[in-house]
Design a protein around this ligand. Sequence first.
Ligand SMILES: [Zn+2]
Length: 183
Amino acid sequence: MPADGVVCRTWLNFGGSRRIELSLHLLFVLTMAVVTWLLAVGLFPRLFPGWQPGLYWLVASGVAVIDCLAALAHELGHAVVAIARGRRVYRITLYGLAAAARRSAGPSRPRDQFAIALAGPVSHLLVACALLCAWSMLPIDNEPLRVAMGFPAMSNFLAGLLNLLPVSPLDGGRVLRAVLAAL
Ligand SMILES: [Zn+2]
């Protein structure tokens, strides 16, 4: 394993020289395993008794994958808006439910900072809306499938709201700073 803990690396192309290095850290794999285990053994059997044992693992791993990918959606939200506003985004590293990005520094206008910061929580809320739409179309009697969609819909909705809290270092804190700077 490389010294930086990255187990997988790829590049996302946004046209021209605007490409972002996307790295999966070992913590991503560990987080997925731990979240899957906690849901399959701890939470789901208590909340939803009576499923086949294998179903708990299947639904738990699906939820873990969706929630970890939502962390990517969050960072991509920041990245796409940052690129649209003329900033450079060099790298996104996924650590599981958290992710980090390296962007070009430099002064940017408060309205750019506002849009870039807001894009992260909004991405969570958009993922939550998409999952909720899918959830509403599922058959009412298929509880495992409804949990596989409904659980990450709820967690993304909460993650979006949590990130909007106006405290540092959350995105909401950056949004508030940008608003105060514009006044
Ligand atoms: Zn963010």
